[in-house]
Design a binder for this molecule. Structure first.
Ligand SMILES: Nc1ncnc2c1ncn2[C@@H]1O[C@H](COP(=O)(O)OP(=O)(O)O)[C@@H](O)[C@H]1O
Ligand SMILES: O=C(OP(=O)(O)O)[C@H](O)COP(=O)(O)O
Length: 394
């Protein structure tokens, strides 16, 4: 990939820096309930402050569809950032216009302003050039540190980059480096674990990963499309009927490439999708009609844990079962523990997988937890990320 300019390539002292971050964080009752993404942006913000820049932060929150939405204001994230930095962060209630310009004109070196949710403007998601120019007019330099939104071609992630010197922030750089290295010069054995429920979204990434990995492990709701494609009964388990041939073609491709393709050998099945359902453990070839697979079984756990233990690099995207319900958490919890114990380099991508490693208290033991779900998947699929391509070439 073409090398992009980074913050370190510019003298930022006294410069007004428009820094796009991803503060799209979970909120409840107006409070931030998970500040992972805010903490992940701190190194870049501290770097800018230490360089004597005037830091103008911009982000989206939720999907307000071009209108002001009181529940999607960013002030609570600014408050949390201030606590983390032990420094004043001034949250504004607009992201462009005269009042914003006035506030910026009085900034001192090292001051921090957080603009209001950029998605309150219709032009943001349309990548409208007028809005991009309005953002650009506030600053001298554009820093993109919003890896989580780098797969979006929006005015504040991509459009603005054609009007200012545009460089990457530390988080964006780190995400690209870790994920890029994993895919280009992987330590081997290289294992990818793909689970979760978004079968359609993950099919593309499986195809691409088969060109890269030594072991591909399938778990979660995704498994049953493969099990059905192999001719077995899956009862009421999750399935993507129109992907059966594709599933078989992946098993065939794996054989041709010498990739070990792991499917569950047993499952925890339930008679209904409920935390109080009746459950039992069955061989994967013996799922009763009318029952559904909601977790991988104990034999599968042992098999997968062994592969993880013997790998040098492991990428994990998507839980092994419905881990939100205690009756179906064992597979995800055990894989999370195996990831924590392996000496291999571990990378977690995807919101639910990140939530699972937090829930099972092993987040600290992971080498890299990506702040981007969709973004990390698109990157692994080999797609260009607009928020990266738009940056200035070295
Ligand atoms: N066997 C299964 N049947 C139905 N849903 C499942 C199954 N296994 C996992 N899931 C669900 O998949 C969801 C996460 O899927 P996904 O969004 O694809 O993962 P991620 O956000 O990590 O990329 C979880 O809410 C989990 O309950
Ligand atoms: O949370 C995000 O994506 P993710 O859930 O795929 O990680 C990003 O902030 C992008 O948000 P969007 O999917 O509303 O464009």
């Amino acid at each position: 990939m073409q090398q992009k300019m980074t913050m370190k390539d510019l003298d930022l002292k006294g410069k007004r820096v428009f820094c796009r971050v991803d503060f799209n964080v979970p909120m409840s009752d107006g409070k931030v309930t998970d500040d992972t993404r805010i903490r992940a942006a701190v190194p870049t913000i501290e770097y800018l402050v230490n360089q004597g820049a005037k830091v103008i932060l911009a982000s989206h929150l939720g999907r307000p569809k071009g209108q002001v939405n009181e529940e999607m204001r960013l002030a609570a994230t600014g408050f949390r950032l201030g606590e983390l930095l032990h420094k004043e962060v001034k949250s504004l209630d607009e992201s462009i216009g005269e009042k914003v310009e006035q506030d910026i004109s009085t900034m001192q070196e090292g001051d921090i302003i957080l603009l209001e949710n950029v998605r309150f403007h219709e032009g943001e998601e349309k990548n409208d050039d007028k809005l991009a120019q309005a953002f650009a007019s506030l600053a001298d330099v554009f820093v993109n540190d919003a890896f989580g939104a780098a797969h979006r071609a929006h005015a504040s992630t991509a459009g603005i980059a054609s009007h200012l010197p545009a460089v990457s922030g530390l988080l964006l750089e780190k995400e690209l480096e870790v994920l890029g290295k994993a895919l280009s010069e992987p330590e081997r054995p290289f294992t990818a674990i793909i689970g979760g429920a978004k079968v359609k979204d993950k099919i593309g990434v499986i195809d691409h990963l088969l060109d890269k990995v030594d072991n591909l492990i399938i778990g979660g709701g995704l498994s049953y499309t493969f099990i059905k494609a192999q001719g077995y009964e899956i009862g009421n388990s999750l399935v993507e009927e129109d992907k059966l041939d594709l599933a078989n073609s992946f098993i065939e491709k794996a054989k041709q490439k010498g990739v070990k393709f792991y499917l569950p050998v047993d499952a925890t099945v339930a008679n209904e999708f409920s935390k109080d359902a009746e459950t039992k453990s069955v061989k994967i070839t013996e799922i009763p009609a009318d029952w559904m697979g909601l977790d991988i079984g104990p034999e599968t756990v042992a098999l997968y844990a062994d592969v993880i233990k013997n790998s040098k690099l492991i990428i994990w995207n998507g839980p092994m079962g419905v881990f939100e319900m205690p009756a179906f958490e064992n597979g995800t919890k055990s894989v999370a523990q195996a990831m924590a114990e392996t000496s291999g380099y571990t990378v977690i991508g995807g919101g639910d997988s990140a939530a699972a490693v937090e829930k099972f208290h092993v987040a600290e033991q992971m080498d890299h937890i990506s702040t981007g779900g969709g973004a990390s998947l698109e990157f692994m699929e080999g797609k260009d990320l607009p928020g990266v391509s738009a940056l200035t070439n070295k």
